[in-house]
Design a protein. Structure first.
Length: 360
């Protein structure tokens, strides 16, 4: 392989700049980043001083590992709640096609875990590789293994502490380990990431979440509006961010934004009305909770039937009773979808490390 790690690092930086400027679509960015991540992983696993061991992961496993951590590296508290992940009005759980999908998912998880284990063994032999430790940390997060993830992040930062992406991912996981609080060390890491990259979307998003938690609602709005301004057209996370902005404005009694300051990517303000429908009329919503999922039905209260347009947005979300106030899972619907059955689970997690299954 002709590209060395510094060259690949520069390629990733250039790729991120193209994406942030809007010159590269989200799909093209994800595909090219996955390709470069695979090359990085090949470097991590390569051992030029010895023959290739028989236990070295196949290229397919390498590709699976690199692609699997991309979502982890980009995810945050208001980042991954895509309506496309939702299971609304789903078919019978016992159908053959669903059983086949679950079997395939289980096999993919097994292969992913195998690749992670092999990467960990390789890093024990050759520990002087910050990219390898960062990749391992994100992979552990993907598997829900927080303690080894934290240890791997520490190793990565001990070798190289000027990577904004690693700093903010570490802050995200550390917050969950600290009782879902972004205050203290997580906030310090986030601010350090913003010093290195003032327009890092996830750092801005988590900075907004930290401000929200300390009831500095004006700061939360400022950070989140900055993320929306940076977002490429059609970004799936914009509606969730806008919902957070609307809630911060309400709690902080902040004035609405001036028309000239509104982001073209923001969702209409009218979308907040139906969102309050589900909370204003709790009798209209029924839900059942398990250790890892919340299921129920949401419908529009009769008193609001004449006030909501079919295209208005409804958010159904779950959050911890204590500690972190940001949602653990969120689902976006429209009034025309109601009544609708819903399932909130780990597939709708706002952070890969902050999941319903890990909440008491």
């Amino acid at each position: 392989m002709t590209d060395d790690i510094p060259a690949l690092r520069r390629k990733l930086a250039q790729l991120s700049a193209q994406h942030d400027s809007g010159a590269l679509s989200a799909e093209a960015f994800a595909a090219e980043k996955a390709r470069i991540e695979r090359q990085l992983l090949d470097h991590v696993l390569a051992d030029s001083a010895a023959p290739v061991p028989a236990s070295r992961p196949s290229r397919r496993l390498v590709a699976s590992l690199a692609a699997g951590v991309l979502a982890v590296a980009g995810a945050g508290y208001w980042w991954t709640g895509s309506p496309g992940k939702a299971r609304v009005n789903a078919g019978a759980s016992g159908s053959p096609s669903m059983a086949q999908d679950e079997a395939q998912q289980s096999e993919n998880e097994r292969k992913f875990a195998e690749a992670v284990g092999q990467l960990a063994e390789k890093l024990k032999q050759h520990p002087e590789n910050p990219e390898g430790w960062a990749l391992l940390a994100r992979s552990y997060v993907r598997l829900g293994q927080l303690e080894p993830a934290l240890a791997a992040f520490k190793q990565a930062l001990a070798l190289r502490n000027d990577d904004a992406g690693v700093l903010v991912d570490y802050a995200d996981v550390l917050a969950v380990a600290n009782g879902r609080s972004l205050q203290g060390e997580p906030s310090r890491l986030i601010q350090r990431a913003l010093e290195l990259d003032p327009e890092h979307p996830k750092a801005l998003s988590l900075a907004g979440a930290a401000a929200f938690d300390r009831q500095d609602y004006a700061d939360a709005v400022r950070y989140w509006e900055h993320v929306i301004r940076l977002a490429p057209p059609g970004s799936a996370y914009v509606p969730e961010l806008q919902a957070g902005i609307d809630e911060a404005r309400r709690l902080g009694a902040l004035p609405p934004p001036k028309a000239a300051e509104s982001s073209p990517a923001a969702v209409p303000q009218a979308a907040t009305a139906p969102s309050s429908a589900s909370s204003a009329a709790p009798n209209a919503t029924s839900a059942a909770a398990t250790a890892s999922a919340i299921r129920g039905t949401v419908r529009l209260a009769p008193a609001l039937a004449g006030k909501a347009a079919p295209s208005d947005t409804v958010f159904v979300y779950a959050r911890a009773a204590e500690g972190q106030r940001m949602p653990l899972a969120i689902l976006r619907l429209q009034v025309k979808d109601l009544p609708a059955t819903f399932t909130l689970d780990d597939s709708l997690a706002m952070s890969p490390a902050a999941r319903l299954s890990g909440t008491q």
